[in-house]
Design a binder for this molecule. Sequence first.
Ligand code: GDP
Ligand code: MG
Length: 667
Amino acid sequence: MNESKDESGPAGREIRNVGIIAHIDAGKTSLTEKLLQRTGVIRYAGEVAEGTTVTDWLPQERERGISIISAAVTCRWGDAQVNLIDTPGHVDFTAEVERTLEALDGVIAVFCGVHGVQAQSETVWRRAERHGKPAIAFVNKLDRDGADYARTVKNIGERLGVTAVAMQVPIVGAEGFRGMADVLTGLLIDENGAVLEDLSSTDDVWFARESLIETLAGFDDDIVAAALEDSGPDEKLIRRALRKAVLERRVMPVFGGSAKLGLGVRQLLDAICCYLPRPDEACREAKGGGRRLLVFKVQREAHDTMTQVCVRVLEGNVHAGDSLWNTRTRQWLVVSGIYRMFAGTCEPLDDAGYGDIVMLGGLEGDVVTGDVLTSTCQTTTAASMAFPEPVVSVVMECATGAQPSEVREALTMMCLADPTLMVHEGPLAGQWTLKGMGELHLEIVRERLKTEYGLAVTYGRPQVSYRRTVTATGRGECMFEKRLVTGEVQRAGVRLRLEPLERGGGVETDFGDVAADVTEVVGEVVERTLRLLVREGLGDDMPLADMRIVLEQVVCFEGETTEPALLIACRKAVSEALEDGSPVTLEPVMAVEIAAPEDSVGKLLDDLKARRGRVTEVNSVGGSQARIVSLVPLGELFGYASALRSLSGGRGEFVAEPSLYVPLPSC
Ligand code: GDP
Ligand code: MG
């Protein structure tokens, strides 16, 4: 009998929300395709010929306006509904990675059996770990010369600092790689599940099974007790203990195969369902009475007609036709439809339950990645919007052949999906200023414009976004008065002070006693004006940071105080107060993580020092690889990718993300 049918919805209890993370080229795309194919063949038997790849179906799907390579695509395996969530390949998309990790419950980390753990996969893995996500690993490309499953398992343990356990034994015959024998059953199966061989009595399988049991005995008393018996722990007990250990993130079971040959895919699907958590098991706040959804991705592939607003249901459930409150924009939105994306079809749903991942229709343009939608009108939850401000900007223009209107539309779509990317037109006609989280982040935008949209643009030199703050309380006032040629007079007066806040404190505005003196209209204009000044600075494109703006007086004159007059008075008062408050310029500092061969560490450290970098950690991660963690001012980091290449003999890699702002040293 099924246990109680709770509010988790029809398939709620057997949902798996998983993301695949991998270093570029490890085989994420090939594996996803094979996972969809394997499950799709079963669901759509007769519709899809065996051997057809997702990419082959793309053209006709494009015509229907739905792309298969979706932010999340659902497949079914046995009783479970598996939502495969596309995790961004580039860790530089900070916001996207963070939101995606929040939306999923478990991770499949894919490694290349030839190259082992590479820098990018290690970095994304560390993020997943910070989010507390249980993970299983898949060693891919075991059909290739030089691939070594056992070595990669060891490498995973060492580099990631996890207890990695081999769950399979690779079987190689005269004709090459045949597949993976399961350590628990000893069976080598083909991709349809038929048993090819029973290898349970071989030394390799026996040894792997013993070491798995030994590892589990370290955490599980039932295993210890069973291991003392002659028969040893049975398969069921081992699976239960392993599942618990994975959920507690004590163990990372490692599977393997070849995405290219489609070997090991079936066993991986079994493992996803067996060892990764259901939504209600993933540590998440309790299900409340309300309804809460996280928008973790808004995307529209080039030339698609439908925008995908991809949400994770965090609490309650959602029905087509429901009104939802966007806590960021403070607006009600109506969900016109709910959809589930399968490989090849898009299924409309009446509702979606707790823990599920679906696309919402009707919200185009009103939501961006990271928005939280609720059923009741709530004030903004600060945590849900804490995206870092862009730290670098570049001026770009159309290269010959690209249409400005097309570039504009493509950029708008990318900004919707990525809140850390901002764009505005100018400074000159036909130019855009693009702001983002790092040089690479902006480079990727250029790449995507070219490859996905077929639009060529040229870039200027990247510029650091500096900010201004005060180090002492500064006061300023302005009584503005101007007589126009028409004889009309415009007047407004503003007095205010700026108080320093601690670093990272943002900007607060405080109307204090003034609030009672001004009308709602005037208050609104002043607030809007201050917000603009904070964002754009005083004509120098340097936003204000880390200060409280306290209004002391706003003077209005009946019939003479206009919006432009208030704007000028505010601007002058802020400018005066800034000068009075011992202002300093702040520069962004990036947290930089470098992976490189140990013998290049000396040169790299010298170079970081020359870049005003502060090294916080240097350690060896095995395989004569070292990891360096440091803080480096962004202004010193331009072109670092090529510098690192030459200093490390082409074998170094790095990731950088904005970390903090510090006063620019006076030179
Ligand atoms: P991604 O960058 O992680 O998405 O990797 P892809 O799936 O695009 O694969 C990168 C390259 O590796 C492609 O040329 C694939 O054909 C190849 N590849 C992927 N999986 C395998 C595999 O299991 N065996 C072999 N020999 N090649 C593979
Ligand atoms: Mg790929």
